[in-house]
Design a protein around this ligand. Structure first.
Ligand SMILES: [Zn+2]
Length: 243
């Protein structure tokens, strides 16, 4: 049976087409911390049933597991440095092969280096898939800093507030559990600027890598979520990635 398919070019073509259609929405989100990639990924996930795979989540899961690797990662992240390429690549390789990523996925925070982008490309080829589009979210530093430095988290239950946008009923106190709100170290301006600096240096080659493949579109992320999400959908439609 298999040989007869191979010998008939028409049927083999159809077979190939079906394999390609099975991976219909493979997206990469690029953007500095604070542009809100996670929010839009969550919405796409709800609408299209494809998982959002973020470096942050994969790292947090590993740390939570208490493994040796997790402990190492925790130390690296606390120092504000970026996690080594080979660790990140291994984690993603494993993750995009899981069943829920069969029909597509949104990569958030990956690839972050040119090496990661190249590795991802060859990984995709191996499974007869491809990256459909790379969305580059852009917003001025001032807007992003206001979003990030205004965040406050509850020490007890972890709920996130914002001093301007999501204020608790009583300043500094959690609405849900009366716990104390605090500003996380990684939400302080100095830590943010340090990460941005590293991010920009590493991401530039990733952007030109995808520019060469003509896969990049820019999304204005300085607006409200209610405006940005429809823009994303419009873009995906105009590129004929979704119907
Ligand atoms: Zn709380």
């Amino acid at each position: 049976m298999f040989f007869s398919i191979m010998q008939n070019p028409m049927i083999f073509k159809t077979f190939e087409l079906i394999v390609f259609q099975a991976s219909f929405l493979n997206l990469v989100f690029i953007g500095k911390q604070g542009v809100g990639k996670g929010t839009y990924a969550q919405r796409l996930k709800t609408e299209f049933g494809i998982p959002q795979i973020s470096t942050g989540d994969l790292l947090r899961e590993e740390i939570k597991s208490g493994s040796e690797l997790g402990k190492k990662l925790e130390a690296i992240m606390n120092s504000g440095s970026l996690v080594p390429d080979e660790i990140v690549i291994k984690m993603f390789e494993k993750r995009i092969q899981q069943g829920d990523a069969e029909k597509g996925f949104i990569l958030d925070g990956f690839p972050r280096t040119e090496n990661q982008a190249k590795t991802l490309d060859s990984l995709m080829k191996k499974t007869r898939k491809k990256i459909d589009l790379v969305l580059n979210f852009i917003a001025p530093d001032k807007v992003l800093l206001e979003r990030l430095t205004g965040r406050r988290q509850c020490r007890q239950c972890g709920t996130i507030y914002h001093i301007k946008n999501v204020r608790p009923k009583i300043d500094g106190i959690c609405d849900k559990c009366s716990g104390q709100l605090y500003q996380r170290d990684d939400d302080k301006e100095e830590a943010i600027r340090k990460r941005w600096g590293l991010y920009e240096k590493q991401t530039k080659p990733v952007l030109s890598f995808y520019k060469k493949q003509k896969k990049i579109v820019e999304i204005d992320a300085s607006k409200e979520v209610s405006e940005i999400y429809p823009n994303i959908i419009k873009t995906l439609k105009s590129k004929k990635i979704i119907g």
